[in-house]
Design a protein around this ligand. Structure first.
Ligand SMILES: [Zn+2]
Ligand SMILES: [Zn+2]
Length: 429
């Protein structure tokens, strides 16, 4: 049976992350969300690694299990490489998956021997180039999965406008063939990536990059393999582009979709940049080039060539039917919050969320499969209508830019201003 995986997230040992991110809470939220396999995240961090070894057992398939929980884990970490290459400062994030604790320990040792500081951040910063990092990982395990993270973000993506590259080849040179997939990040969707020919023979995967429990699975990847095939199945699916599909944020919601300057309150679509240029009219400095514009610049294929098709919410390319399709969703907490005209972090919203996911199965199933009549029976017609509007893409979206998240509205402006309430996230404490 197909399963859902979220392979890039963080523990409480990564900077700016919730203190509630631990194995029991991750397991519980994995079930609520309807995610079958979660990345452990941050396995290079020495304290977190001990916690992982104490609380997770290898199940013999390359996945890890936590006592009595349905959620499985796979060893994953994000590494930030800061270095200079071809006369330019590079800052690239890569996500690395390994098949067992022994390989993870060897990787830790290799980085420590190169004087990496692994204890200060769960997502360590190293002075090792992306290519050298890939080379180290491949020597540790030929089953290593190395995925350039949020590939398009201006400062930390492989294709980023500020400190990235124009191609995988430029970055990884003779090791490029070992890059089996890239992560879309919140600001791009698979269709934008389908325009890049270099990605034709690579998997386009999606993950949440969650820094808190409620954000788990906001983007995720669906695999056709059976769970029992474990790490090997995951590895082969990514390597051979056999993923079943992805679940996506609306890319406009990402923090770097459009071009602009947050402090100067300037935001341009690619069409506007063509007319007005990429210099800020307020401060005179260069604007932060958004993901959409960057894709336009690197794409060798037009959007029209893809012949995008939307069949019952599943988006595919008619020109490239072999490419895995995807669905665009809005988090259920956000739908409930908007229907109550309040913030997603309030206890009222969390109570409704818990009730719905308890009675009708995980969030992903509710958003994609459960009959809206059933949703209405549990939570009333407004929330059911919200889910239906999300499925139909009947939304109002104000795109994000220069580090500012975009805003999705399900009921347009009718919902009115949000009530101020103290955030509470006590669902599983
Ligand atoms: Zn990152
Ligand atoms: Zn400016």
């Amino acid at each position: 049976m197909a399963y859902v995986a979220d392979l890039h997230l963080h523990s409480r040992f990564s900077r700016a992350c919730s203190q509630k991110l631990n194995i029991p809470t991750l397991s519980a939220w994995g079930k609520t969300k309807g995610i079958n396999v979660l990345g452990t995240s941050d396995f290079l961090h020495p304290v977190w690694f001990i916690e992982l070894k104490n609380q997770l057992k290898e199940d013999g398939s390359g996945f890890l299990i936590h006592d009595g929980s349905e959620t499985k884990f796979v060893l994953s970490v994000e590494v930030a490489s800061i270095y200079s290459h071809k006369g330019k400062g590079r800052r690239i994030h890569n996500v690395i998956l390994l098949p067992d604790f022994a390989s993870a320990e060897r990787f830790q040792k290799e980085l420590l021997s190169r004087h990496a500081n692994l204890g200060s951040d769960g997502r360590p910063i190293v002075g090792i180039s992306s290519k050298d990092l890939l080379s180290i990982v491949l020597q540790i395990s030929e089953k290593a999965i190395f995925i350039p993270a949020h590939a398009w973000t201006p400062w930390f993506g492989i294709f980023g406008s500020e400190s990235g590259y124009d191609s995988l080849e430029e970055c990884f040179e003779d090791l490029t063939e070992y890059i089996y997939g890239i992560e879309t990040g919140l600001s791009s969707d698979p269709a934008m990536n389908w325009r890049i020919k270099e990605l034709d023979n690579r998997s386009i995967i999606s993950c949440s990059d969650a820094h808190s429990l409620p954000n788990l699975g906001r983007e995720a990847t669906v695999f056709d393999e059976r769970l029992e095939q474990g790490y090997q199945g995951l590895f082969e699916a990514i390597k051979n582009q056999k993923i079943a599909g992805t679940i996506e944020f609306h890319p406009e919601e990402g923090k770097y979709h459009y071009t602009g300057h947050r402090n100067c309150n300037i935001k341009y679509s690619p069409e506007e940049t063509k007319v007005k240029g990429a210099i800020c009219p307020k401060c005179g400095r260069g604007l932060t080039v958004g993901v959409m514009e960057r894709v336009e610049k690197l794409a060798l294929r037009s959007n029209e060539e893809l012949r995008i098709d939307n069949v019952k919410g599943i988006i595919k390319s008619k020109a490239f039917p072999e490419k895995a399709g995807y669905r665009m969703l809005v988090p259920l907490l956000q739908i409930i919050a908007e229907s109550f005209n309040t913030a997603p972090t309030t206890q009222k919203v969390l109570n409704e969320y818990e009730k719905l996911t308890d009675l009708l199965g995980g969030e992903i199933k509710i958003l994609t499969k459960v009959d809206t009549g059933e949703i209405a029976k549990v939570s009333g017609s407004k929330i059911a209508e919200g889910v239906d509007k999300v499925r139909r893409g009947d939304l109002v979206i104000d795109p994000g830019y220069d580090g500012v998240y975009g805003v999705v509205k399900i009921w347009g402006s009718e919902a009115g201003p949000k009530e101020e309430e103290t955030p509470q996230l006590e669902l599983f404490d």
